[in-house]
Write a protein that binds this ligand. Structure first.
Ligand code: PBG
Ligand code: ZN
Length: 322
């Protein structure tokens, strides 16, 4: 009889046989930066997550530096919002100021910026609005302006997240023309219209004022379409392609890993984080073990990069586990 248990007998052989291992460099930690001074606002539905003003970013950046993770994903929250989302590309916009600050004081931290207008528009949609229509091509120049302006400020990578069409080609062209041929694009290629983004919209003040995002984000029922979206972004020049959310879409991630010879990212989103934190706070689950199991599953399914609010905890737990 073949005995699988021979390789499970004790911790020494179990850890030698482990197929998937998490590493701090796999993680990108999302950071919310808000306008104003001396601000550290807790996000109610995301225990442990805060909005920081630029002058208080040190507090979180020291932790990021110490954890030596792969990088951060920056989200700006402006005070002034208008239909064109002009603070997204304003010279003194909060996100640009944050990027400059990080670049100057923490040059070792790799900065990814989320490129989308929904935090900056008064209507909360990711694109220009005409009546009830969210415009596709008319939004492109604004996104290109935002991407170029944040890279000029010092961002290392851009991550367009609005899920409309033609984003990657337009931003690639814009970056190249501005001389930033070396700056990679991480495409939110298969981003589903998901109820799991609820807590994020509280954190980033980006809930749409009317309607929803289903005319641009994907239907959760569509795995085949997700592969076509990923294929299109690769053709347009994406350097990394992403599946989002993570846990309910690991089949899509796996399929993408088997189909495309490309670096894959997964976004372990706010609602996934909130559920784990809520259950843990009630004593219903063992937070450390559940988080590590979830993150390991994401890597096992094919993700090289995991964007997660658990990143800083997970680094401590990796040391504990391995
Ligand atoms: C902006 C954006 C969203 C998220 C990342 N970038 C929200 C949305 O599309 O409504 C979600 C992240 C999360 O839930 O953690 N387009
Ligand atoms: Zn958006």
């Amino acid at each position: 009889m073949y005995r699988f248990r021979r390789l499970r007998r004790d911790e020494r052989i179990r850890s030698m046989m482990q197929e998937t291992r998490l590493h701090p460099k796999n993680f990108i930690y999302p950071v919310f930066v808000t306008e104003g001074e001396k601000i550290k606002n807790p996000v109610a539905s995301m225990p442990g997550v805060f909005q920081y003003s630029v002058d208080r970013l040190d507090e979180i950046l020291e932790q990021v530096k110490e954890a030596a993770i792969g990088g951060i994903m920056l989200f700006g929250i402006p005070q002034h919002k208008d239909p064109q989302g002009s603070q997204a590309y304003a010279a003194d916009g909060v996100t640009r100021r944050a990027v400059r600050f990080i670049k100057e004081h923490y040059p070792a931290i790799y900065i990814v910026v989320d490129v989308c207008l929904c935090e900056y528009t008064s209507h909360g949609h990711c694109g220009m609005v005409c009546g009830n229509e969210i415009l596709n091509d008319e939004t492109l120049p604004y996104l290109v302006k935002m991407a170029v302006s944040l890279v000029e400020a010092g961002a290392d990578m851009v991550a367009p997240s609005d899920m409309m069409d033609g984003r990657i080609a337009a931003i690639r062209k814009g970056l190249d023309e501005a001389g930033f041929t070396q700056v990679p694009i991480m495409a939110y290629s298969a981003k589903f219209a998901s109820a799991y983004y609820g807590p994020f919209r509280e954190a980033a003040h980006s809930a749409p004022e009317f309607g929803d995002r289903r005319s641009y984000q994907m239907d959760c029922a569509n795995g085949q379409e997700a592969l076509r979206e990923i294929g299109a972004d690769i053709e347009e020049g994406a350097d990394i392609v992403m599946v989002k959310p993570a846990l309910a879409y690991l089949d899509v991630l796996r399929e993408a890993a088997l189909t495309f010879d490309m670096p894959l990212a997964v976004y372990n989103v706010s609602g996934e984080y909130a559920m784990v934190k809520a259950a843990a706070a009630n004593g219903w689950i063992d937070e450390r073990r559940v988080v590590m199991e979830n993150l390991t599953a994401m890597k096992r399914a094919g993700a090289r990069v995991i964007i997660t609010y658990h990143a800083l905890d997970a680094v401590r737990w990796i040391e504990y586990i391995y």
